[in-house]
Design a protein around this ligand. Structure first.
Ligand code: AHG
Ligand code: MN
Ligand code: MN
Length: 341
């Protein structure tokens, strides 16, 4: 027997489309999908988001506050530090420095990693970052960004360098914040790639695209072609082939901006070995690894020296690598020219 309700029957409410989702809520909902998750990663990501908003503000006001130009020191890479490299580094250190669960912070700008606590003191994660990528472009209003990766800290490995020397496949999360015509936060925690844009009026990163997929192919290459006389033969052959096959070229000179465009538009981003940088210019652990994790989780490919970039086992925090990443078909094509594979 069914009970008759005295209330008028309510029509089922249609699901709300276009829900507004902040980065914060997104991280919490992702965490809820993992039974046993402790929320520790979420704390770190929220600190990175705070750092990103603070750096974005500095970048936008840099000319007004007169913090453009060189700082006067060379960093560990022997490259001229910009004032904003140092400021961005300090902001990240301040935002992450007192978060429980972080064992080690390692930055492009600091020769040695900063040890905050050991594994037995609760240091579960290590955060590696390039505070400001593309900083030599800053004075010209070009897009720059922050790149980061989060690794697990093995409490049984006492040596910090050794703790950090994990292949790219071991990254727990990776992302970047691009300070371009808008401020964009791209994140993967190993479950697809999500894209957020900073809504300045409410001070929040808002989800604008879930599960970003890189196009399978696109006839666009991104490379500093001025160095091509010094590229290994296979890269020259590929470029020649691309010229003959109607390709277009885009190169900003900030990896974070070039890879972001490649992620959304398709094509391939390359930084081959050159005369000046025979092993490649980009840093393996805090530039190439995080970008490769994002590209792969979006359905793309990333290679270095004829093998999957994420499989490389680092032997030095600041080591450099060559890079080929982007749409799967385009990366395959470059690899065919390089290795006939
Ligand atoms: P950073 O500003 O962190 O030192 O990185 C600069 C890098 C990278 O963003 C970019 O892809 C590359 O330098 C550009 O190098 P070239 O000027 O040699 O093309
Ligand atoms: Mn960089
Ligand atoms: Mn940098």
């Amino acid at each position: 027997m069914t009970m008759m309700s005295s209330e008028p029957e309510q029509a089922a409410r249609p699901p709300i489309k276009d829900n507004l989702m902040s980065l914060q809520s997104h991280i919490l909902s992702e965490e809820a999908r993992h039974p046993g998750a402790t929320g520790e990663l979420s704390w770190i990501l929220s600190a990175i988001s705070l750092a990103g908003k603070t750096i974005a503000n500095k970048v936008r006001r840099a000319r007004i506050e007169d913090v453009l130009g060189e700082h006067g020191d060379l960093n560990v890479q022997g490259e001229q530090q910009q004032k904003l490299d140092v400021i961005a580094n300090e902001i990240i250190m301040r935002c992450l420095g007192d978060r429980a669960n972080i064992a080690v912070l390692a930055s492009e700008e600091d020769e040695e990693p900063t040890i905050l606590r050991t594994g037995s003191e609760g240091g579960k994660y290590c955060v590696l970052f390039d505070p400001l990528d593309g900083s030599s472009n800053l004075s010209f209003g070009v897009g720059v960004g922050t790149i980061f990766t989060i690794l697990r800290n093995d409490p049984n490995v006492p040596d910090v360098q050794q703790t950090l020397q994990q292949p790219g496949t071991e990254q727990v999360a990776a992302g970047y914040i691009l300070y371009g015509s808008s401020t964009v936060f791209v994140l993967t925690t190993g479950n697809g790639v999500d894209l957020f844009v900073l809504d300045q009026s409410i001070g929040s990163f808002v989800l604008v695209q879930r599960n970003v997929r890189i196009p399978e192919a696109n006839r666009v290459y991104s490379i500093n072609e001025a160095y091509s006389d010094h590229f290994p033969g296979g890269f020259k052959q590929y470029l020649q082939w691309a010229h003959e096959n109607g390709y277009s070229s885009r190169y900003i000179g900030s990896m974070v901006a070039d890879v972001h465009r490649t992620l959304l538009q398709g094509g391939v981003f390359l930084y081959p070995p050159t005369k000046k940088h025979p092993e490649g210019k980009l840093r393996l652990m805090y530039e190439a690894f995080p970008m490769a994790m994002i590209v792969e989780h979006a359905g793309g490919k990333a290679f270095a020296d004829g093998k999957r970039l994420l499989d490389v086992v680092p032997d030095n925090l600041h080591q450099r690598t060559s890079v080929i990443m982007g749409s799967p078909e385009e990366v395959d094509r470059v690899e065919q020219h390089l290795h006939g594979g």
